[in-house]
Design a protein around this ligand. Sequence first.
Ligand code: FES
Length: 247
Amino acid sequence: MKKIIDTQIIENAETAKNIYRLTVKANMEAQPGQFVQVRLPSNEFTLRRPFGIAAINNEQITMFYRVVGSGTEFLTTCKVGDNINLIAPLGNGFDLDGEKILLVGGGMGLAPLLFAAYKSKSADIFMGGRNSGEVIFWQDEFKNCTDKIFVMTDDGSYGSKGFVTDFLPDNLKSTSYDKILVCGPEIMMRKVAAIAKKFNIPCQVSLEKRMACGLGVCLSCSIDTTNGRKKICKDGPIFNAEEVFYV
Ligand code: FES
């Protein structure tokens, strides 16, 4: 059940270049995959920003954001103790049923997968990023909640050189998974979905689109699916891969 929450910032720290961990006080429950609409504490920014939930512990929600524009630039200046307003939790969550799950993520898409890793029985993670700076802090975040961590970077500065999709088929030949959960750039998710289909493994993806309301009202996030028009913010952001990528 979503709530409007007036709360305070507990942590707003840069964990890698231009990537911040934001933790706020909030007494609420959520499923991995659900998200939060954050209102920045300034009248200059009217639209809320959607952030995936990376963890909920001890009445605190943790999210990660990358500095990509004036809103997130402003957010970096907010201090511990500053007031902030959230609507949460929003959207649906991943289906975590299964003994062994493979998580596949790239960039900021790793945030909701972190929450999924903590809540699943057993998970491995395939993570990708542009360079070492983009993946090393994620590796630290995932090390306590996953069995095996596979790291790839585009430039080869850390882990294996290449994309997650280059290495995924070999891993699927040697390890069996009940399902694959994916979050990251759309091109990566489409490729992972196609590989999952080839190996006959159910696959869920987390879609992202610019959201104006985040509440199912404005239709700005509507997409075509095999089951008709759907709103990412309300019917998603988690969809079965074949429903949205027609794999
Ligand atoms: Fe408004 Fe989804 S963002 S309906």
